[in-house]
Design a protein around this ligand. Structure first.
Ligand code: ADP
Ligand code: MG
Length: 372
């Protein structure tokens, strides 16, 4: 059993990248729509030491022992958690940056598989650590897209670009309004002042991890591609609102309705955030949840129960966040009510024998960076 090594001689430094919470704009980052996440104050750190033998070895606190692979790894070589790291090494090499070798020691306080993007935090922290160790100057948006490629093509998860862009580009005290199309995406920081105005953003990690998540995510992607072909549009998020009338199939119609209404909600939410109109932002979040539950069909009983319970206990808005089928929900609530809300959610979960949820407050944090 090898615990993560302290990495003394030859150690170059420590880099970090955060998890994220999406405020609004769910399942829009693969249809060319806008999304509005924050990077959060939970992060993954990577210590790095260079090697000159063309090998990469990685330790993580979540696992006994370490995993070693070639810097010229190709998809399929590495399985398990280390494929997120190997994928990042591979995607960097695909963009012309092959490392000469490295030892990497990973630790994280982003909960794994909770919908807070521990996967992007891992890819982005490894990417900035390798770039730092090698002296590569890479634009953060390009580096985020490299990390997305790792997740898509090496890990095999068909996710959009939001998670990596949020982790790479986060700004303290700001949400990020990201336009995911045209390529490359653009990221605009929008000041997020709810804390100064007496509100808190609460995350409820429901502890529900649904096995259908990956398969159903792929199904949603396929349905949006079918819709784009049917309507003859490049990016489904820019289909005109009345195109819903052209779709006969009730399931596809509902999926399209989510994409179109959610796109409108993100734009309204960015205005509400700038105007510090918390009631309006909250209403848009709650409407987003209803759309994800009813039209996009990606919620879960634990997420619905959380949203229902927090709204009954003073939250001014709440929704699932991330891909869905489990994971986390968020609530915007007056700071003094956080304790009561936390207790109410725990009690509601206990009543129906759901696993005990974990509730905590997050605030908008900075993106991937060097720590030491
Ligand atoms: P999420 O990104 O919502 O946390 P994912 O399923 O996309 O969920 O990614 C979680 C997976 O990422 C974990 O199961 C693990 O394989 C990998 N991972 C994330 N963080 C770490 C870490 N610190 N150490 C090792 N593996 C990690
Ligand atoms: Mg992930």
């Amino acid at each position: 059993m090898t615990a993560p090594q302290p990495l003394a001689p030859g150690e170059i430094g420590t880099w970090a990248a955060p998890g994220r919470v999406n405020l609004i704009g769910e399942h829009l980052d693969y249809v060319g729509g806008p999304v509005m996440p924050i990077a959060i104050d939970l992060r993954t750190t990577v210590k790095v030491r260079r090697r000159d033998d063309g090998k990469v070895r990685v330790w993580s606190a979540i696992s006994d022992g370490s995993v070693e692979f070639d810097a010229t790894t190709t998809p399929g070589d590495v399985s398990g958690w280390a494929r997120y790291v190997a994928g990042t090494v591979w995607a960097l090499a695909q963009s012309g940056r092959t490392t000469g070798g490295a030892d990497l020691v990973v630790s994280s306080d982003v909960p794994l598989g909770a919908g807070l993007s521990s996967s992007a935090a891992l890819e982005c922290s490894v990417a900035v650590a390798l770039a730092g160790a090698e002296g590569w100057e890479i634009d953060p948006i390009a580096l985020a897209l490299t990390c997305q490629r790792a997740e898509n093509e090496y890990v095999g998860a068909p996710t959009g670009s939001m998670d990596q862009l949020a982790s790479m580009c986060g700004e303290v005290g700001h949400a990020l309004l990201i336009e995911t199309a045209p390529t490359p995406p653009t990221v605009r920081a929008v000041p997020a002042h709810w804390v100064e105005d007496g509100y808190a953003l609460v995350v409820v990690d429901t502890q529900a991890k649904h096995s259908l998540a990956t398969g159903e995510y792929g199904v949603r992607r396929a349905q949006t591609e079918e819709l784009s072909a049917l309507l003859g549009v490049e990016q489904l998020a820019s289909a005109p609102p009345d195109s819903v009338l052209k779709v006969e199939d009730p399931v596809l119609k509902a999926r399209l309705r989510h994409v179109i209404t959610e796109t409108q909600r993100v734009r309204s939410a960015a205005r509400a955030l700038s105007a510090r109109d918390w009631r309006q932002l909250g209403q848009l979040m709650t409407a987003s949840h209803a759309s994800l539950r009813d039209d996009y069909d990606v919620s879960a009983p634990e997420l619905d129960l959380t949203v229902e319970t927090v709204l009954e206990h003073g939250a001014i808005g709440a929704r699932m966040t991330g891909g869905g089928f489990g994971g986390s929900a968020i609530a915007l609530v007056e700071a003094e009510r956080v304790g009561a809300l936390t207790e109410a959610v725990a009690a509601a979960f206990a009543r129906v024998d759901f696993k005990e949820p974990r509730t905590f407050v997050v605030s908008p944090a900075g993106g991937a960076t060097r720590l030491s």
